[in-house]
Design a protein around this ligand. Sequence first.
Ligand SMILES: [Zn+2]
Ligand SMILES: [Zn+2]
Length: 170
Amino acid sequence: MHGHPSPSDGTGPADAHDHACGGEDLLARAERICRERGLHYTDLRRRTLEAVAGEGRALGAYDIAERLSVPGRRVAAVSVYRALDFLTENGLVHRIASRNAFVPCGHGHGGGESTVFLICRTCGTVGETVSRDIQRGLDSTLASAGFKPVSHIVEVEGECGACQGRGGTE
Ligand SMILES: [Zn+2]
Ligand SMILES: [Zn+2]
């Protein structure tokens, strides 16, 4: 797995490292959330989450549908989109807008923090971090533009630490 940039800037809960380390915690969390909220954790929702969680990079709905389909029993992308909507609403996956693709979220998000996605153009991994400073800056910038945000998600494309370490100039 990739080394993350310094996790020392108060990235929230104690389990902040979990997101890159496999799907088990996330899947258990999904079951708990659905139980607590009285939501129906359908087979398709579970399998969609497993597909996203088992991948090291952002996955599109068509890729997921492909993975879930077996000979004689195809899963339609539109069904996967519905499952992804459900998982997104419940904080289990995030949509990377610039890629129209999805990544698992292994940690809870507190209020007052922007989510920042670090998208590596070389290997395709998507790191995630949160920042109060960015949210504060965004809020004041948007306020002066008279704009009221409903989400605070920032996507940054570039090169991850691991790819930089490999020496990208060949
Ligand atoms: Zn997240
Ligand atoms: Zn990379």
